[in-house]
Design a protein around this ligand. Structure first.
Ligand code: NIG
Ligand code: FE
Length: 432
């Protein structure tokens, strides 16, 4: 039996109650289920009660002295943030390409001349398992310090079996050893390796006939993702790859319409993807198809910001009924950040979303984008006790006061892991 935690008296407790079965759409994205002077009782890693402070004091009056009390007076309490799209397991860094882009080179030009994803692939190939683990572990600590408690993680910096396997094994070990939950995605279809440039279909065959079956057999991923983009994988190739994954129980995800319109959103609806991500250039037809099929639109305004491109039209997607989620896209090329709260501010300022909508997008809708809506993403009895306390008095101020890390306390699996904005010593890498 663990010591109960009693979080008390939040000025606003964002519960998002009633959202576990399906992602929120349209007006429901603004229904945060706020309780003023709200409190939560946590025991054994699970939320036991949520309500007004006075109600919980009455309910637990005989046990108050057993609990570790966390004072949230004047603060905002939300579900732990969920990041549904990252490439967190990588080695190296690409600030040289950042400098090149600032002088006019484009992201795709850099990639087509052997840099970009290929540069990170070389670095990831060269890194040992331990080096990759250590680098990624530090990134996870930074995520935690920004209030994030669950992170999706893609492979895709190998594009040959050995390195893809290494990335997925590192993700597995991180999930076991770091307090953050990692949800793994296979993304062997991240770029066409140089040796397959003249015969990309052969690489597609390799993915379908060898890598996907092995990943599934080893149970190393839940999702299968593909970069469907002009000059990378065509919609036909992407469809073959995603359908093959489905046969092995891997749920489709897709990097869609990021740089050019390519009917990626339409494809996501057609193959029954759980999410379509990026969508900067998605067509209205594609958005409508996503809405009809309940495909979550995972929007990454940090990537648009960093690539100096126009953001996806989040406002229009929400109005058309697409369930929208937000993510950092954390990766060394197009979005080297771990700050999901900054992405939430960009959601407001660059995509016309309201502060309430971005909270939903970074919690319960993000959880649904990685098939975790029943376990996390809202503060309800029986759900995992993943909770973030921000040092702001209300949810609007979180996005308004942008670029500042307001995270004060993080509870993960019912354990306090960040207090006063600092990580608990036991989580430092030297202890693992
Ligand atoms: O989501 N677009 C493709 N993949 C990543 C970028 C990866 C990289 O540049 O290293 C993305 O933006
Ligand atoms: Fe990505």
């Amino acid at each position: 039996m663990s010591t109960p935690i009693f979080i008390r008296n939040a000025s606003q407790l964002v519960t998002l109650q009633g959202s576990s079965n399906a992602p929120l759409v349209k007006g429901a994205m603004s229904e945060l289920g706020i309780i003023e002077n709200g409190s939560i009782w946590i025991e054994n890693g699970v939320i036991q009660a949520v309500g007004k402070d006075s109600e919980l004091v009455e309910k637990y009056k005989g046990r108050l002295n057993e609990a570790d009390v966390v004072d949230a007076c004047g603060k905002l309490v939300t579900p732990g943030l969920v990041d549904p799209h990252t490439h967190i397991v990588f080695a190296g860094s690409r600030e040289n390409e950042f400098n090149m882009r600032l002088q006019g080179a484009t992201y795709m030009e850099i990639m087509n001349s052997g840099g970009g994803i290929h540069a990170t692939t070389r670095a990831t190939k060269a890194a040992t398992h331990e080096e990759l683990f250590n680098e990624s572990y530090e990134r996870l600590n930074k995520f935690l310090l920004h209030g994030v408690t669950t992170v999706e993680a893609k492979s895709g910096y190998g594009m040959e079996w050995e390195t893809e396997l290494k990335q997925l094994e590192v993700a597995k070990e991180l999930n076991e050893k770091h307090v953050i939950d990692l949800v793994p995605t296979f993304m062997g279809a991240h770029a066409i390796p140089k040796e397959f440039k003249e015969c990309p279909d052969k690489f597609v065959d390799l993915l379908i006939n060898e890598m996907i079956p092995k990943v599934a057999e080893l149970g190393l991923a839940e999702f299968n993702d593909v970069f469907c983009e002009h000059g990378v994988f065509t919609p036909e190739q992407s469809k073959r790859i995603l359908e093959a994954g489905k046969r092995y129980g891997l749920i489709p995800k897709i990097h869609a319409d990021e740089i050019e319109p390519y009917e990626g959103a339409e494809l996501a609806a057609k193959v029954g993807a759980i999410s379509a991500d990026h969508l900067l250039k998605a067509s209205e037809k594609g958005m409508k198809a996503m809405a009809e099929n309940g495909v979550v639109g995972v929007l990454l305004p940090g990537t648009a910001y960093f690539l100096m491109a126009e953001s996806a039209n989040g406002r229009k997607m929400i109005d058309l009924g697409v369930p929208v989620a937000l993510s950092t896209d954390c990766n060394p090329g197009s979005s080297p950040t771990v700050s999901l709260p900054f992405i939430m501010s960009l959601g407001c300022l660059k995509m016309g979303m309201t502060p309430a909508e971005v909270i939903t997008a970074a919690t319960i809708n993000a959880a649904h984008a990685i098939n975790r809506g029943k376990e996390i993403g809202s503060l309800e009895v029986g759900k995992k006790a993943d909770i973030t306390i921000f040092n702001v008095p209300n949810y609007m101020k979180l996005q308004y006061s942008y670029g500042v890390n307001h995270t004060e306390t993080v509870v993960k699996n019912g354990q306090v892991v960040v207090r006063g904005g600092h990580l608990f010593e036991e989580l430092s890498l030297s202890n693992h």
